[in-house]
Design a protein around this ligand. Structure first.
Ligand code: HSE
Length: 403
């Protein structure tokens, strides 16, 4: 019998409690022994909820109980979560977590403690919800040099953009719905400003390229500036706007960026709807792979956390390997990345457009008569910024094109 503690009884914590009860027998078979929740830590009371029997308010009870072998941290944040996870590892308990902020900030340090003590520190649910992308990179694609990890890594923003793209909803209503469904972070700015995607991209890139990618080095733009007008243009171009996190190996190093991109219909990311996430990985031997599944939500995320618990029980006494070393990866300057840009401009003649951008595709929409949409030819971000400087307030909006 393996005894565990769950830190946090919010959306994910109550999901883990539920998965462990609902699938108790099959989990025992797969883990090789029964898994019992001895404690759930939360500051709140839950009268009438079955968790009452195991609810505690003091972390020290968990830390000091030698029977507790595994701690599942699903509180979120980097304050108490970091303190409790570190203390759990130091007290000889393996840990799994769904907390991307914690893993992006302290992942390598916590992994080092786990390695030194012969414990596990697993974080499958921290990226892409239920998608088993971390296990795939760590354990399946080990024969490959990975040269790209890209995708839709945030369920909330995909839900919002999908509602805007397909149902014509406005940003505020779609965000409210995502919050009601339990997809959003406690502070939804982490989702809509792209910070959540940024941290997930840092984790996946650290695993893919084998060196620490500091999330603070990743250029990050969210979706708060996306308007109905942008969506109208996207439709006119047969594209959809998606928040993507992308890191790629180039001859000069690795770059990483988080931003909204215009994705065309024949790209597999175009059709990723609702709260789903998709991660594209390219390896020098394996070629292209796509992983798809629920990126947020109580039970899908809880399923991934519980699978880590089972993995820890199965691997008792063994190290679960990772390619993520403590060496830092210095990212390339995104100013030098080339791509095409969609821009909305006003007060510009076709002659001036050609003079500034060279051969550019133009689009007009039914309702936005005093402006024009342009897809630029390939250019570096630096070159684009120079042109944007010349345009001043005649530039209404820029969104990158996903090629
Ligand atoms: N707020 C996150 C998302 C939760 O929407 O993807 C899962 O990480």
């Amino acid at each position: 019998m393996s005894k565990i503690a769950i830190l946090g009884y919010g959306t994910v914590g109550s999901g883990v409690f539920c998965v462990l009860r609902e699938n108790k027998d099959l989990i025992a078979r797969r883990a090789g022994e029964a898994v019992e929740v001895k404690y759930v830590l939360d500051l709140r009371e839950f009268p009438g909820d079955p968790v009452e029997d195991v609810l505690v308010h003091d972390f020290d009870i968990i830390k000091n109980d030698p029977e507790v072998e595994i701690v599942a941290e699903v509180m979120g944040g980097t304050g108490a979560a970091y303190k409790f996870v570190k203390a759990s590892l130091e007290a000889g308990k393996s840990v799994c977590t769904s907390n991307k902020a914690l893993v992006a900030e302290y992942g390598r340090e916590l992994m080092a403690i786990a390695e030194e003590k012969g414990l596990c520190f697993l974080f499958e649910a921290s990226c892409g919800g239920v998608i088993p992308i971390i296990r795939a990179i760590n354990e399946s694609l080990t024969a490959d040099e990975l040269d790209e990890v890209s995708g839709i890594l945030n369920g909330t923003t995909n839900y919002i953009l999908d509602q805007m793209n397909r149902c014509g909803k406005d940003f505020g209503d779609a965000l409210k719905e995502a919050q009601e469904k339990g997809y959003a972070e406690a502070d939804p700015s982490a989702d809509v400003e792209g910070h959540d995607t940024c941290r997930k991209l840092a984790i996946l890139s650290s695993l893919a390229y084998g060196k620490c990618v500091n999330y603070k080095d990743i250029d990050t733009e969210g979706i708060t500036a996306i308007t109905r007008e942008d969506i109208e243009y996207a439709r006119a171009m047969g594209r959809r706007i998606k928040l993507l996190g992308t890191s790629r190996r180039t001859p000069d190093g690795v770059y990483a960026i988080v931003a909204p991109f215009l994705v065309e219909e024949n790209n597999p990311l175009y059709g990723i709807e609702d709260v789903y996430n998709a991660v594209f990985v390219h390896g020098n031997m394996a070629g292209s792979l796509m992983f798809y599944g629920s990126g947020a939500g109580k039970l899908p995320t809880a399923s991934a956390v519980t699978a880590d618990i089972i993995e820890i029980v199965r691997n008792r006494g063994h190290k679960v390997p990772t390619n993520w070393t403590s060496e830092s990866l210095c990212l390339e300057d995104t100013a030098l990345i080339t791509g095409r840009f969609f821009v909305r401009v006003r007060d510009l003649t076709h002659g001036e457009i050609e003079e500034l951008f060279g051969e550019a595709e133009t689009f007009e929409t039914e309702h936005l008569l005093d402006e024009i949409g342009i897809i630029t030819p390939n250019m570096t971000q630096e070159a684009f910024r120079a042109i944007a400087g010349k345009l001043g307030d005649r530039l209404i909006k820029m969104i990158r094109i996903k090629d």
